[in-house]
Design a protein around this ligand. Sequence first.
Ligand SMILES: Nc1nc2c(ncn2[C@@H]2O[C@H](COP(=O)(O)OP(=O)(O)O)[C@@H](O)[C@H]2O)c(=O)[nH]1
Ligand SMILES: [Mg+2]
Length: 276
Amino acid sequence: MAKLPYVALVGQTNAGKSALFNRLYGSQEAIVAREPGTTRDNVVRKVTLDETHAFWLIDTAGMKPAEDEFEASIQDQIADATELADIIIVVVDGTLQPADADKHIAKLALKSKKPVILAINKTDKRGAYKDEEFLRLGIKTIIRTSAEHNAGVKELVGHIVTHVPAQLQQIEEDSENQPIKLALIGRPNVGKSYLFNTLAGKQQAIVANVAGTTRDVNRVAVQYKGRTMEILDTAGVRRSGKREQGIEKFSVLRTLAAIDEADVCCLVMDVNELNT
Ligand SMILES: Nc1nc2c(ncn2[C@@H]2O[C@H](COP(=O)(O)OP(=O)(O)O)[C@@H](O)[C@H]2O)c(=O)[nH]1
Ligand SMILES: [Mg+2]
């Protein structure tokens, strides 16, 4: 199967990202916060719209001023989300005039040159501002939503789907010729990449890097007994310092996507860490 696009919900804390996430997913699985700032973790779900359209939906923690390192890492998560995502949904609270934080988030999103949709949420509330109030954010596609009343969600999905490429239903017919996909999964540092390089290196003469798909997973095609096998290494790019926390979360997303794509998963463990 081809790689599914990532759709990320970004925006300030309390804008209603998690509520919209739930509506988009069509269930109440993720927990909607009753208090601001309690849904800090990124959540990812595969949303299948029909036989040919599906995407990964990412709920990103809200952004607050960088008062400490922890908050700063949340800002990093937004930067990561806009980097990772193929489609970005900026969520704002429609009852509040756009703040500097909203402008900053919109700017980050637009800078990515990816499709950006503005969801003006909480439009069920009295005192929700008109679209004009939000034009200064510079986002052209504007959808008014109420996650609470499940309003505008279909329209939002309609706009998302225009950016989601249809997956050809070639799985049945082509499966004979499709390479077997093996994903190497496991905790950081257990030796996934080493194994990957070894598997790839042994086949040096016939190894070909699979083009255009190396953004979040290292992959290599190897020949084995006349069949092509594609190996996915989910280690991801490691960066140091305080970005670590956000990066770790995104490598979890990448791993989930790789597991979904793969035919076979190989869990790699360090025997010295069996007790942990
Ligand atoms: N009235 C109203 N409340 C909403 C709407 N969407 C979210 N909320 C409420 O706003 C609060 C924050 O929502 P949440 O989804 O956690 O925001 P997040 O921080 O952006 O993820 C929660 O108490 C929600 O119930 C909406 O469309 N209308
Ligand atoms: Mg949330």
